[in-house]
Design a protein around this ligand. Structure first.
Ligand code: PHE
Length: 339
């Protein structure tokens, strides 16, 4: 075999190496060119027939044939092996466990609102809403809250320069509904409220209330008591009872505060209810005749009751949450506990 023939052979070998698409094809190339019965032994054998003056050049070309073809084979072998693992990886393994996607959960405040709306819905109450930015008239004046009342104070209310304010309670919705409708009225109104409170474990400058209003002829305090007792059992459990304590609100007369039996100890007294057996849940009372006058109703003919409850308070009691701030931090570890 001449030197030129070896060079030609080498080029063919390299091309075939390059073209090999599988390990088997590559192995065939190796066997044909540098295998024991392939071209290489013939190339080496040719050395002794070459003229001594050309022998070193022939030797160099023969070595080059061996080395370059071996290197190309090795290179291609690695390439094919890598491609093989990549292909193997891309095959989907149906026996693997699925990827877990975490689902969102309902926020405890939303759950309490939905549950409250559902319970009062069964009694014929529908949902009404009012604005967060209120007039002083709706939030205070129409609710019979005089200008010197402490809740009007700069330290309690967020005022705007326009004279408007962020509502401090959901009670102004009572006024808006009565202004726009005639009795009978039976509404429930969940919403945000704002007070200039310093945040701590039981206070927040932004919280939620649910207001209820029932206006018709011959509504009595007994109706209010029956309604709240039904709500207490539906929300907290059948063993939960209620009691009224006398209180004062400018827009109800008489006014009461409503306590639920502590659902943790059943009324015996425990840490949660501070050993009293009762937990304060709502402010309530019979709508004050002056409020009816403000909205153009005749207080001689029309009666009604109203109540307001803190949603965070119900959530904290129902779910045993000891810090109100947990409800606003959006920590998934906390929120994922509620379904
Ligand atoms: N708005 C009162 C409060 O925020 C609660 C209340 C509502 C009291 C309706 C009586 C009637 O404390």
């Amino acid at each position: 075999m001449t030197a030129e023939e070896i060079i030609k052979l080498k080029e063919n070998a390299l091309k075939e190496c390059q073209a090999a698409g599988t390990m088997n094809e590559l192995e065939a190339v190796r066997v044909r060119y540098i295998g024991r019965n392939g071209y290489l032994p013939q190339v080496m054998k040719g050395l002794k027939d070459v003229d001594p003056s050309e022998r070193s050049e022939y030797g160099r070309i023969a070595n080059e044939f061996k080395n370059q073809v071996s290197a190309a084979l090795d290179y291609k072998k690695t390439e094919l092996a890598e491609r093989g693992t990549a292909e193997a990886k891309s095959v989907f393994d149906y026996s693997l466990p699925g990827v877990w996607r975490s689902l969102g959960t309902k926020h405890p405040i939303s759950s309490i609102i939905e549950e409250t709306v559902r319970i009062f819905g069964k009694l014929g109450f529908t949902v009404a809403e009012g604005p967060d930015v209120e007039t002083a008239y709706h939030n205070f004046e129409a609710l019979n809250t005089p200008a010197h009342h402490p809740s009007l104070d700069q330290t309690d209310t967020f005022w705007f320069e326009t004279g408007e304010l962020l509502r401090t309670q959901t009670s102004p919705v009572q006024i808006r509904v009565m202004e726009s409708r005639k009795p009978p009225i039976r509404i429930i109104t969940p919403g945000r409220c704002y007070r200039r409170d310093t945040t701590d474990a039981t206070h927040s400058a932004n919280f939620h209330q649910i207001e209820g209003l029932y206006v018709e002829k011959n509504v009595s305090l007994a109706d209010l008591k029956g309604t709240l007792a039904y709500f207490a059992k539906e929300m907290m459990g059948t063993g939960v009872d209620i009691r009224f304590r006398p209180h004062f609100f400018p827009f109800t007369e008489p006014s009461v505060e409503c306590d639920f039996t502590c659902h943790v100890c059943g009324g015996k007294g425990c840490r949660v209810c501070k050993n009293s057996g009762w937990i304060e849940i709502a402010g309530a009372g019979m709508v004050d005749p002056r409020v009816f006058k403000k909205v153009g109703y005749d207080p001689e003919e029309i009666t009604g009751y109203a109540f307001g409850m803190g949603i965070e308070r119900i959530a904290m009691i129902k779910y045993s949450i000891n810090d109100i701030r947990l409800l606003y931090e959006n920590d998934a570890r906390f929120l994922s506990q509620f379904i």
